[in-house]
Design a protein around this ligand. Structure first.
Ligand SMILES: [Zn+2]
Length: 74
């Protein structure tokens, strides 16, 4: 009697799926890097500072206030 040798096929990950996974991973890291350093909100990645538009405006208005106060003290 002949025995049928059934070799289980190894799970082959399609290169396309691998590529998609890599892209998803890189996209994830980009999203993580593009978080506002103040409130953690969404923002565009910047090499200098990572601030969302809200915190950026707050920062600019804070600078203006500081300038006004400095001018009023004189
Ligand atoms: Zn923010």
């Amino acid at each position: 009697m002949r025995k049928k040798t059934v070799t289980p096929e190894p799970e082959v990950v399609a290169p396309q799926i691998l590529e998609q996974a890599k892209k998803a991973l890189s996209a994830d890291t980009i999203q993580r890097a593009a978080k506002c350093s103040v409130c953690g909100g969404e923002c565009s990645p910047s090499p200098e500072e990572q601030l969302c538009w809200v915190c950026r405006r707050l920062k600019i208005s804070a600078w203006r206030d500081a300038d006004l106060q400095a001018g009023a003290q004189e």
